[in-house]
Design a protein around this ligand. Sequence first.
Ligand code: MSP
Length: 531
Amino acid sequence: MPPLSTTLFLPMNKRFYITTAIDYVNGQPHLGHAYEKIVADVIARSRRSLGQETFFLTGLDEHGQKIQQAAQAEGKSPQAYCDELAVDWKAFAKKLELTNDDFVRTTEPRHKEVVQAILTKLHAAGQFYRKTYKGFYSTKEETFLTDKDRRPDGTFDPAYGEVIELEENNYWFKLREQQQWLIDYLEKNPSFVQPDYRRNEVLGFLKNNELEDLCITRPAARLNWGIPLPFDKDFVAYVWFDALVNYISIPAAHGDPTVLSALKNSQPSTLNPQLSLWPADIHVVGKDIVKFHAVFWPIMLKAMGLPLPKQILVHGWWQKDGAKISKSTGNIVDPVAVIDEWGLDAFRFYVLRELDIGPDGNWTDAGFKSRYQAELANGLGNLINRSLSMLKRYRNGVVPAKHDELAAAAAKAADETRALLKQNQLQSALQSIWGLVTRANQYVDQTKPFSLAKDPAQARRLDEVLYNLTETCRVLAVLLWSFLPGTAVKIYVQLGLTGTPDKLDAATWGGLSAGHKIGEPAPLFPRKEER
Ligand code: MSP
């Protein structure tokens, strides 16, 4: 136990708190999962780089019928099945070099306790009622369908899998009466759902439909792989009610005062009163699960007496070669295979540079190779390699006196990057950084240091050019850190600098001092002409 004074008087600065959707543990990670996690990682890294204390959460959604059936098909208990797959998913997060501060699994006691505490609280507050409902149920989506889900010919989309008629008595959560409040909230808080067109979709949905109450249980007799209701052992919680709570159960486990005070009647046991996280600053989610995050989740939080997250940041879906990514048709991109062949940073670069956060994207192998060749190998890689190799060859690797010819271009890229990162404009930030790469490559072509080196009378001019190029390489390492961390570190090492380029303040021109000796230049993105 720490002394009382440290637990009571520790300054509780709220951290910037960012989350991803938690992935269904069944199946293997694919491009869509990888993309979302990389987007969140770049935002988390960039906030830290801007000097904000940050907490980044990702993890796994492990309950529900899908998982129970998948485990059964393999003859395993659901828990053993999840435990095995969680190893692969955690390894995947490492492969992507995610800087997550925690990794939630919804089968963990620290999560289950909070879900149960919330169920108890909302039940006591009269937020639930019992109702028998007869309707069409999709086992795959674990949800009742309505006539609105029917296609013009009256059938349900095959995406719903087997649809059965079911009559069931369950607990329901009152959503209906919150409809107008939520519409007003969305109208008053334009940044709550971003981009704007996603917010408009949510508003359109809320204005044109009557919000149905939400069925939040499943009878244990039909589905038992879920969190038991603390006040009725015949039921387990509906998987989405359970999953959304991860965003607050982990703060509670880290001692978040806001969440803990909302749950104060039934405190979770894992107290560690150190971090202040809630409300989340950003939930990064895909376009298919906006309704859960922008409609159900705010209403759940309001009922619990908790503030709403500041933003739901919605990304689009990836296709490959213009068609849906699908295992059954073999139309897939295996992120691990791409990373093993081309390197993690090439993968991170392509998905971030190709697709802005919002619209749908299309992966093509030709597009990937072309960006690798043009922007990484010939653009960034060539600039760093020739700049450092010339300094090595002409000045024995020793940095000349400071000179400011490229200072304005570097400052422009740094200012723009800083501003764009604050607005989560990752694609535009990369465009701005590449503006500096292009400018510096032009500078080499214009100043021709290789010609200057042949004329002793131009020694001073050569010094100036070499300083500008080497210092630009350093600034680029700092600007690139959030996006391409491995590359940024390699540039620092080649520059003979110790430490990590992980603070944007270091992008200020003039960081390299005269007389500093750089390390060994080596190609960052080897060309792959033979392929
Ligand atoms: N378990 C739920 C989320 C619960 S969050 C409280 C879920 N899991 S999922 O594995 O199906 O999807 C996880 C995330 O991956 C979602 O945000 C989803 O939009 C995203 N993607 C899944 N396929 C995708 C693409 N093809 N492209 C981009 N993202 C995609 O939903």
